[in-house]
Design a protein around this ligand. Structure first.
Ligand code: MV4
Length: 445
């Protein structure tokens, strides 16, 4: 097992990783920017190193600074959390070149899944269902036109290096294709420095369902079921649940069996998430994430597993020690992402936290680095807390979430807690009847 782990992140996820390390008896090193000297992740770490000024580029994304911090503190492993350097294959390679373990997949798999075209090719190879579309990159608009005729409009042109909806354009009919093509390529080049694009049939009312998998270095691969992440606005998730109100156990088992068998063949290791669009009872793979995800707690609650602990054990070479049939899905979990934003306009609201009173009680979990007197800095992601509830059934989980949201008091900054209360009260959410488009309309009303 590792002697010391450096956590290359901040906020609630840095705390989350510290907690797993502490339970495993492993000392932790925090890194932080000058804006985060008073942050909770610094206060609770065994050691801390300041790695630069507030700008993420100069600190949390600064690879030489993070590596130097590991070297001077003698850390033998780095956990990247999510965001920042977590999906940077180059960084993972540099970490390994310094004789330090990167807690995550191999750089080769990170690179493969970072290229959406290569990821789809790999999934096709192992029998995971895809959205109908181009076989690889589309080189020119005439080729795009031929493929669109074949699969039928509407079609979507997507950047190979894309993500978060950038470099993605829909063409509803032939007369929109050329414009969509040009805009997608231009956006892809300026956002990612890579104008490679591919094409898919556009699904108009899908749910976003993702599958959590975990693989050790000994050929054991399991899945921990799905999360429904359809409740999003501008590609920012607000609420996630496990399991999905749209899936039954048979559908979960079927997609899980295909995915785990396939990833075993690919030699994938550590945590991973397969993202699917789910419409008309069909799964269609779109992307794979090679990191621990923000919403991992809902999976932890229904599976009674510590996913970060599993990541660390696996990176240290240990075996999973259980098989798929040992994993049980118990009850229902919901997560609300609380951000420091105006709940109506979504204007950022950093500043001084005057009061912080988190909820508690049975089945309530709060992952947050907030405290009364803390100043939320303006330089980073606006998420300040994740409120997670677990209960035997979905209606009970919703009742518990409403209760917890009533108890939750944060004063001094604006937060999205009032919006979450409205979502929990809405008839569509309570019926589980929503697609990726529902929340944008709900917020607009
Ligand atoms: C799609 C789609 C419909 N059809 N692909 C958006 C970001 C990127 N990760 C994939 N995305 C989508 N791909 C096809 N063929 C709709 C979206 C999409 C979306 C997907 C998941 C969650 C939220 C979304 C919001 C808008 C569009």
């Amino acid at each position: 097992m590792f002697g010391k782990i450096l956590i290359a992140n901040r906020g609630e996820i840095a705390l989350r990783i510290q907690r797993a390390c502490r339970e495993l008896g492993i000392p932790t090193v925090a890194v932080h920017s000058t804006a985060d000297s008073n942050a909770m992740h610094v206060r609770l770490a065994d050691e801390s190193v300041c790695i630069g000024p507030p700008s993420p580029r100069a600190s949390y994304l600064n690879m030489p600074a993070v590596l130097s911090a590991a070297a001077v503190t003698g850390a033998d492993a780095i956990h990247p959390g999510y965001g920042f350097l977590s999906e940077n294959a180059k960084f993972a390679e540099m970490v390994e070149a310094h004789g330090i373990t990167f807690i995550g997949p191999s750089p080769a798999h990170m690179r493969m899944m970072g290229d959406k075209i290569a990821a789809k090719a790999a999934m096709a190879e192992i029998g995971v269902p895809l959205v109908a579309g181009s076989d690889g990159a589309v080189q020119e608009v005439a080729q795009a036109r031929r493929i669109a005729e074949e699969i039928g409009y509407p079609v979507l042109i997507k950047a190979a290096s894309g993500g978060g909806g950038r470099g993605m354009k829909v063409a509803h009919a032939p007369d929109e294709l050329e414009e969509a093509w040009t805009v997608a390529r231009t956006e892809a080049r300026s956002a990612f420095g890579d104008d490679a694009v591919y094409m898919e049939k556009y699904l108009d009312r899908p749910r976003h369902i993702e599958l959590q998998i975990m693989a050790d270095n000994h050929g054991n691969v399991v899945h921990f079921g799905e999360r429904d992440c359809s409740l999003q606005r501008r590609h920012q998730k607000l609420v996630e649940e496990a399991g999905s109100p749209a899936l039954d156990a048979a559908a979960r088992d079927a997609i899980g069996a295909v995915a785990t068998a396939g990833l075993r063949k690919l030699g994938y290791r550590n945590a991973g998430t397969l993202e699917f669009l789910y419409q008309d009872g069909q799964f269609a793979f779109i992307e794979m994430n090679t990191r621990l995800q923000v919403e991992h707690p809902v999976t932890e609650m229904v599976c009674n597993v510590d996913l970060v602990r599993e990541q660390i054990r696996i990176a240290a070479g240990q075996e999973l020690g259980y098989t798929q049939s040992d994993i049980r899905f118990q009850g229902h979990a919901i997560e609300c992402r609380v951000t420091a934003e105006d709940p109506v306009t979504f204007m950022a609201s950093p500043g001084h936290v005057e009061l912080y009173q988190p909820p508690g009680g049975l089945g309530v979990r709060v992952d947050s680095a907030l405290y009364a007197g803390y100043d939320v800095p303006p330089y980073y992601d606006s998420m300040v807390a994740k409120l997670i509830v677990h209960a035997p059934t979905r209606p009970e989980a919703i009742a518990r979430m409403r209760r917890a949201l009533m108890e939750f008091a944060i004063q001094g900054i604006k937060t999205t807690i009032p919006l979450h209360r409205r979502i929990m009260d809405s008839a569509e959410f309570r019926a589980g009847d929503y697609t990726i488009h529902w929340l944008e309309r709900f917020v607009a009303e």
